[in-house]
Design a protein around this ligand. Structure first.
Ligand code: FES
Ligand SMILES: [Fe+2]
Length: 443
């Protein structure tokens, strides 16, 4: 029940400080509605570079697992505790085929089939009765993805169009954040924080232009939603669309964008997934994309991108000491300090939280739809590839600095329309469509 609203000073005694988290959206363990939803999609679980000659203990969606590459070169992802008497397979011996538990030598294939129950005779009925829990994996561009859902619902593995932009290189990274996945994820539909956290509270953390006031809209896409940020930068209009690919994927534009020259449909600098390790820990895994187009000033630093590291400030606890993080907090400090699991019932959402509210609503609808028996939404594939909606468009516009908010909003909406409506076209044709839409207004 809501507390009576008390305005005015010194209300600490009356202010509500305890409430339950929104379990439907934030709980991700086996059998929870949110966990079931997340389990219907391929999730990144490790970087390929982490899988060496020893098994790797991983925790995903509250499940303790072990990832390994057998000596035959195949990857396996098994429940961590051996089906015999529970010893951890992180101490297992990687075999030519599968893995052998250290304790009594039970030998499992990568799909969990019990190949040999240690010293039991090969005729033992155990071989027919026992299997080790296992999940299918797919290795792609330096990241190991896994599907933890029911086998009959396993979707095709999606490749995204932004992975195929000519001239880019991709580097895998992973960052652990000690809080619930949703507060990490919904940060990307909270564009007003870019202005405050990244341009005012802490000095300019990204491109200078990103500190300019933006006009913001939100649009749904076939994959989820975008926020549409339109800014006036000198004599140009810059429209950025930042994307949520439901349930937990995100694409974000160039970190150091300054809108210095016209560009149309310039693609994303990051494709990542905020994966629950459990309900109070999140591992963000994805690719950082590099190209001259994305970074004309040479500010990116691929050498800093990898395990627990990325080349922009404020994403981990380790890169700076506590006082430095207090003086210039970043995303990590803001998100982690929202509590282990942010409590929505204690929030006071404002008009600028429209994206966060919409993202939560969309997730809730999909979680409930799945629980109600509807099949999970699958992305449409164009020649096997998913068309996505993150981009930056910068166009010259005489009198840009005299445009009012309504005109800027209309511009952003036209760009967003062109981005969404062009999903079936080749990337070059999408860029042309967006350019035409900008130029038809400018002329
Ligand atoms: S506990 Fe694994 S073989 Fe006995
Ligand atoms: Fe941020």
């Amino acid at each position: 029940m809501d507390e009576p609203v008390r305005a005015g000073g010194y209300q600490g005694y009356h202010a509500r400080v305890e409430a339950r988290e929104d379990a439907e959206l934030t709980h991700t363990g086996r059998g929870t509605p949110g966990g079931e939803y997340l389990r219907r999609y391929w999730q990144p679980v490790a970087m390929t570079s982490e899988v060496g000659d020893l098994p790797l203990a991983v925790r995903v969606l509250g499940e303790d697992l072990v990832l390994f590459r057998d000596r035959g070169g195949r990857l396996g992802l098994l429940h961590r505790h051996c089906a015999h008497r529970g010893a951890s397979l992180e101490y297992g011996i990687v075999a030519e085929r599968g893995i052998v538990c250290c304790y009594h030598g039970w030998h499992y294939d990568i799909d969990g089939t019990l190949l040999q129950a240690g010293s039991e005779p090969a005729s033992s009925p155990l071989h027919r009765r026992v299997t080790q829990g296992a999940y299918p994996v797919h290795e792609h561009a330096g990241i190991v993805f896994a599907y933890l859902g029911p086998p009959e619902d396993r979707p095709a593995f999606p490749v995204y169009d932004t992975e195929q932009v000519p001239g880019i290189t991709a580097r895998a990274f992973s960052i652990t954040t000690p809080c619930n996945w949703l507060q990490v994820y919904e940060n990307t539909q909270d564009p007003i924080h870019v202005l405050h956290l990244h341009a005012r509270s802490s000095g300019v953390q990204f491109g200078v232009a990103s500190g300019i006031d933006q006009v913001i809209d939100y649009r749904e896409t076939p994959l989820g939603m975008i926020n549409v940020q339109t800014r006036v930068v000198g004599s140009r209009l810059w429209t950025r669309t930042t994307e949520s690919i439901l349930p937990n994927g995100n694409q974000t534009g160039a970190i150091w964008e300054e809108a210095e020259s016209p560009k149309y449909f310039r693609r994303s600098a990051i494709l990542r997934w905020m994966v629950p390790v459990d309900d109070v820990t999140t591992r963000t895994i994805g690719w950082r994309f590099f190209s001259r187009e994305l970074d004309p000033r040479g500010q990116d630093d691929p050498s800093r991108v990898g395990k627990e590291s990325i080349d922009f400030v404020g994403q981990t606890a380790d890169e700076r000491d506590y006082t430095a993080r207090q003086r210039q907090p970043g995303d990590y400090e803001a998100q982690v300090s929202q509590r282990s699991i942010a409590v929505h019932a204690l929030e006071h959402l404002a008009s600028s939280d429209a994206g966060v509210a919409r993202l939560r609503r969309m997730l809730r609808e999909r979680i409930r739809a799945l629980a109600g028996g509807e099949p999970p939404a699958r992305p449409a594939l164009r020649d096997g590839v998913v068309s996505t909606f993150c981009q930056d468009t910068v166009c010259d516009r005489s009198g840009a600095d005299t445009l009012d908010e309504a005109a800027l909003r209309a511009h952003g909406q036209r760009v967003a329309d062109a981005v969404i409506e062009s999903a079936d076209l080749e990337p070059e044709a999408r860029a042309r469509r967006i350019r035409t839409c900008c130029e038809s207004v400018a002329s």
